[in-house]
Design a protein around this ligand. Structure first.
Ligand SMILES: [Ca+2]
Ligand SMILES: [Ca+2]
Length: 165
């Protein structure tokens, strides 16, 4: 092999590895320190969506800042193709009106509720969604609805998984 060809291959590999290490696994998108999977292909009940995310060492997304909420609203518009409502990781199933991020067991402080929500309509809405009809602001929904959902994991643990795996 010519020396220059060898050099090009080396540079190519170096850049490829660099791109992967700065990125998330296939199908996941990076924002801040997190990787997100916006899953629309297999809508699930809230609890099943949580389990699905856990299979990827992730959790249903926990949205702590306006920046993160805005990013995810944009992703919902892109992946939801103008429809759909997405589960994220909050619930008040433990105590009515006390909304928690269920993976980290932290009371929800930052909120992005749509007007008139949470409504606990018919006394049955205990899971948190980003709701298409209000521009993906938050709405409480019945947990047994089958909906698309968003998983979130730490970008560094995704990287570690890649290097180890
Ligand atoms: Ca988050
Ligand atoms: Ca509601």
């Amino acid at each position: 092999m010519k020396k220059s060809t060898c050099l090009y291959i080396f540079i190519y590999l170096f850049c490829e590895l660099g791109a992967v290490s700065a990125d998330c696994e296939d199908g996941w998108v990076r924002h801040g320190d997190s990787c997100y999977l916006v899953s629309t292909r297999y809508p699930m009940e809230w609890i099943d969506a949580m389990t699905f995310c856990e299979m990827y060492e992730a959790n249903l997304a926990e949205v702590e800042t306006d920046t993160e909420a805005t990013f995810l609203r944009h992703e919902c518009h892109v992946y939801g193709a103008g429809g759909g409502t997405f589960w994220i990781g909050g619930s008040d199933v433990m105590a009515e009106g006390k909304w928690m991020w269920m993976t980290s067991h932290i009371p929800i402080s930052y909120t992005n509720w749509a007007r008139g929500t949470p409504s606990n309509n018919l006394g049955r809405q205990h899971c948190l969604s980003m709701y298409y009809h209000v521009g993906y602001l938050w709405n409480d929904e019945q947990c047994t609805l089958s909906l698309p959902f968003i998983c979130e994991k730490n970008a560094n643990s995704a990287l570690t998984g890649f290097l180890v795996g």
